[in-house]
Design a protein around this ligand. Structure first.
Ligand SMILES: [Zn+2]
Length: 456
């Protein structure tokens, strides 16, 4: 008999989540180099072994939408909550950062979409309130094509911040995305009840171009003033007609954004169901931890527009509604705006353990398997990232090992806790075969992640 093979790392004794077949099974995992090369009920041995008895072994969590964008501290928080892959670029596509990740690696796997509303429009010289000319639309389409050829995962629209955008502009760029088989990622023009009509142009562009569309951060757009239910009905109907529209959502009743953005332009209080400056928690900078009053709101808008705000305007009871839909994934939206030690918002450290601890175990809003799919295989497939999102032979060895009885988020908003507090119940995280979290703490591996690029 040939000697039994020795793997680089073996994870033994855990309950492994098979998110492709929706089952859990007691199998061992053999890892060689960066890949899973064996999944077997048989005993196997490794140079390093992880005892996962009593624990769940899941594919690494895939964050459909974040603003980590190459920031190491954000990635450290993300890794500790099990995030192994994230797609960003919705606001910035910094070629220096992309180059660095390509050359040196990064803590987690990082991919990028290209932003229509910042990158493409800026390059074409279009002001936010202006419609683009035909020539400018052509320039944007050409540039978008180049980004697609360089591996961008889609085209992101932040329509609220560029109200001059015409339907024709959306349509032309959707044609580009579709020609490369990439999705468009959409923040609608308005939030709350006004968002409901804004679905029309997205549904229309899906029908006319065949593009697949992702509505980003559903809770923060329509979990306001009771509009969530109607929004889900609109999406159900569009999908029943065969249109490929999906969404992702966060799990906190406050969204976070810099105070200087167009989100807080005149009339914002009405759009957010009668909100006021008193609902705005200052989450970075000189007044961190306090709520706005009119004077501070104006001062920060004028002098410190990069100040991060957590806006408590979402309906708490709307958080669980989209979780019931199989076409809604969970994403963090983390690290939009300043984010460093003890500053920012809790999505960066809490979203995934909150889903599995609070919504699965404590409240029973969703099953463990359905929850895991929303943060593994479903977002990976939506972007067409073939190598991650499931535990199968040949896939990247991106793995999260957690205690289903203990996993919980500890992160909180700055007025009541630390936004970057690490969760409980996630002893191990592996990225491309390297252990990046051991016993709940980061190891010295800081470049096990890679730049992800989408190729046809
Ligand atoms: Zn975002």
């Amino acid at each position: 008999m040939p000697a039994e093979k020795t793997y680089d790392t073996v994870i033994r004794g855990g309950l492994v989540a098979d998110v492709v077949n929706s089952s859990f099974s007691a199998v061992n995992i053999g890892i060689e180099g960066e890949h899973i090369t064996r999944v077997t009920p048989s005993g196997i041995t490794g140079k390093a072994e992880i005892d996962a008895a009593g624990l769940v072994v899941s594919p690494g969590f895939v964050d459909f939408h974040s603003h980590v964008d190459g920031n190491l501290y954000s990635a450290e928080c993300m890794a500790r909550q099990g995030g192994t892959t994230t797609i960003g670029g919705e606001r910035n596509l910094n070629s220096r950062v992309i180059h660095r990740i390509h050359e040196e690696g990064f803590l987690i796997n990082q991919g990028f979409a290209v932003s229509h509303s910042f990158v493409l429009r800026n390059a074409a010289g279009v002001m936010p309130n202006e419609p683009a000319t035909a020539q400018q639309v052509r320039a944007m389409a050409d540039l978008a094509s180049r980004f697609m050829e360089q591996g961008a995962f889609g085209i992101a629209f932040g329509l609220e911040l560029v109200p001059g955008t015409s339907y024709e502009e959306i349509r032309r760029l959707s044609e580009v995305a579709q020609s490369y088989d990439r999705p468009i990622l959409v923040h609608l023009r308005k939030d709350g009840w006004e968002a409901l009509q804004c679905f029309d142009e997205i549904i229309r562009v899906c029908g006319e171009t065949g593009v697949r569309a992702q509505i980003l951060q559903l809770l923060y757009m329509v979990g306001i003033g009771g509009a969530m239910d109607s929004a889900l009905t609109i999406m159900d109907k569009a999908r029943a007609k065969g249109l490929d529209i999906t969404a992702d959502t966060g799990l906190y009743d406050a969204f976070s954004v810099c105070i200087g953005t167009g989100v807080f332009d005149d009339g914002w209080e009405k759009e957010y169901g009668g909100a006021s400056v008193k609902d705005l928690l200052i989450s970075s900078g000189i007044y961190v931890g306090s709520y706005c009053d009119e004077e501070r709101f104006q001062l920060l808008r004028r002098e410190y527009p990069e100040t991060l705000i957590s806006a408590f305007v979402c309906d708490s009871d709307a958080i669980r509604m989209p979780l019931k839909k199989d076409y809604v994934f969970v994403s963090t939206n983390a690290a939009d705006g300043p984010h460093y030690m003890n500053v920012g918002a809790p999505e960066i450290s809490g979203t995934f353990p909150r889903l599995l601890g609070r919504h699965v175990r404590e409240r029973g809003d969703i099953s463990m398997m359905d929850a895991l799919k929303k943060i593994t295989i479903l977002p990976a497939r939506r972007y067409g990232i073939d190598g991650v999102g499931s535990i199968e032979e040949g896939k990247a060895a991106d793995i999260v090992i957690f205690d289903a009885d203990r996993i919980i988020d500890n992160a909180d908003f700055v007025d009541r806790g630390r936004p970057d507090a690490p969760p409980d119940g996630i002893p191990y995280v592996l990225i491309n075969g390297k252990i990046v979290v051991r016993d709940g703490r980061l190891t010295d591996n800081r470049n096990s992640g890679r730049l992800l690029m989408k190729w046809n």
